[in-house]
Design a protein around this ligand. Structure first.
Ligand code: SF4
Length: 352
C-alpha cells in the first residue's frame, strides 16, 4: 500500500485531509483487505478506491499450510511477473512471526539455498517488503487465527543489506506506532556479512537484532558455502562484529546451518567458539543451530543426535546455543527453501 498514491488520489478528487488518516488506520490498524470493509468511508469513495487503488502491491497466488499448521507460506506475483515467497510462523501460543523477503532471488548464491540458486533478479520496493507483513495481518484476521504478529525476521529471499535503504524504510514502518508498532527488539535482520551494511545498521538501528549467516569459520570452507565470503573474509567480518558489539552493546545472533560431514564435528564447534571469542566476549553471541533443510542434493542434514552433540559442545565451551525448530519444511517454507514459483514445487501440502 502506497500512502503517497492514496494522498494524491484524495487531493485530486477534492476529499478532506482527514480521510488519509482514516484510510491509514483502516489499512494498518484494522487490516481491511477489501475497500468494501471500510465502513467509515462514504460509499462513493469506497467504490472509487476499489476501482483505482490496490491495497496490496502484489497478487496473492497461493497460501499453503504445513501439516502441523505451524507454518503458512504465501506466494505473491509482483507487478512485473516476478514471484516472491514469505512465511508466517507460529512461534509460540498466540504469537506469530513473519519471515520476510527483501529481494527477488539473491546475489550471494549460497549453493545450499534455493533462493541462492535463482541468482539476483531485483530489489523489492519498500512497499513490496512492508506489504508482506500487511498481508499476514490480513490473513490472521480473515482466518480468525488466535494470536498476533509479534516479530519479523528478514531472513526470507535476498540479502537485506544489498537493499539497505528500502529495507530500512520498511523496518521504520514496522516500528512506527502509526503503522505496525512492533518492538525494535522483536525485529531481526540477517546478513551473510556485508560489512558496510553492518556498520550502517549499528548506527541506524542499534535496537534491532542483527543476525549473521555464518555456517563456517575457515575461509576455505566459507568461500564454498557463502561465495561472497571471498570479498568479505572472516577476519574482516570478525573486526566488523567486534565494532558492532562495542557500539551497540547488543547480542549478535549467529545462524549456523548444520550440514552432515561439512561443518558439524567437534572440531568445527571448537573452532567456531574460538572465532567468536576472538571477535568479542562470549556473552554477546547466541548461536542458532539450523538443521539443514534438504533443498539441494549434495548437502545432507546432520542427524538429530549430531545436532544435539554439536549444541552441547558449544554450550560446554560457554556459548549460548539452541537448535532451531524447523517450521514449515514440508511446504519448502523453512530456512533456505524460499525460491518463488518456478523453482519450487508445492505438491504434497494442503492448499488453503
Ligand atoms: S542463504 Fe541467504 S544469503 Fe545465502 S543465497 Fe540464500 S538468501 Fe542469499
Amino acid at each position: 500500500m502506497n500512502l503517497k498514491t492514496v494522498e494524491k488520489f484524495l487531493i485530486l478528487r477534492g476529499h478532506e485531509k482527514y480521510r488519509l488518516r482514516q484510510i491509514q488506520n483502516l489499512i494498518y490498524k484494522n487490516f481491511i483487505s477489501d475497500w468494501n470493509e471500510a465502513n467509515v468511508l462514504p460509499k462513493d469513495l469506497k467504490e472509487d478506491l476499489s476501482k483505482k487503488i490496490n491495497i496490496l502491491s502484489f497478487v496473492v497466488k497461493k497460501t499453503i499450510k504445513s501439516k502441523d499448521l505451524k507454518a503458512v507460506k504465501a506466494l505473491f506475483e509482483l507487478k512485473d511477473k516476478n514471484y516472491i515467497e514469505t512465511v508466517l510462523l507460529e512461534t509460540s501460543t498466540k504469537n506469530f512471526s513473519v519471515c520476510a523477503s527483501t529481494q527477488v532471488g539473491c546475489a550471494v548464491k549460497c549453493p545450499f539455498c534455493a533462493t541462492g540458486k535463482m541468482g539476483l533478479k531485483r530489489n523489492l520496493s519498500e512497499e513490496e517488503i512492508t506489504d508482506q507483513l500487511l498481508f499476514w495481518n490480513q490473513y490472521i484476521k480473515k482466518e480468525k487465527l488466535d494470536g498476533k504478529i509479534s516479530g519479523v525476521v528478514f531472513m526470507g529471499m535476498g540479502e537485506p543489506f544489498f537493499n539497505y535503504d528500502l529495507t530500512a524504510q520498511s523496518v521504520k514502518k514496522l516500528i512506527s506506532p502509526d503503522f505496525f508498532g512492533l518492538a525494535s527488539r522483536h525485529i531481526s535482520v540477517s546478513t551473510f556479512g556485508y560489512i558496510p551494511g553492518i556498520r550502517k545498521f549499528a548506527k541506524d538501528f542499534p535496537q534491532v537484532n542483527l543476525a549473521i549467516s555464518l555456517h563456517a569459520v575457515n575461509n576455505l570452507l566459507r568461500n564454498k558455502l557463502v561465495p561472497l565470503n571471498k570479498d568479505f573474509p572472516l577476519e574482516k567480518l570478525s573486526k566488523a562484529l567486534g565494532e558492532y558489539v562495542e557500539t551497540t552493546h547488543r547480542k549478535v545472533f549467529i545462524e549456523y546451518v548444520l550440514m552432515k560431514g561439512v561443518n558439524d564435528s567437534r572440531k568445527d564447534a571448537e573452532k567456531l567458539v574460538k572465532w567468536l571469542r576472538k571477535t568479542a566476549a562470549a556473552k554477546y553471541f547466541t548461536i542458532n543451530i539450523i538443521p539443514y533443510n534438504e533443498t539441494v542434493k549434495r548437502f545432507k542434514a546432520s542427524s538429530p543426535d549430531q545436532a544435539k552433540f554439536f549444541e552441547s559442545q558449544l554450550q560446554m565451551l560457554g556459548i549460548a546455543a539452541t537448535i532451531r525448530k524447523s517450521l514449515g519444511a514440508d511446504i519448502q517454507g523453512a530456512c533456505g527453501q524460499l525460491a518463488g514459483k518456478k523453482a519450487n514445487k508445492l505438491k504434497k501440502s494442503k492448499k488453503v
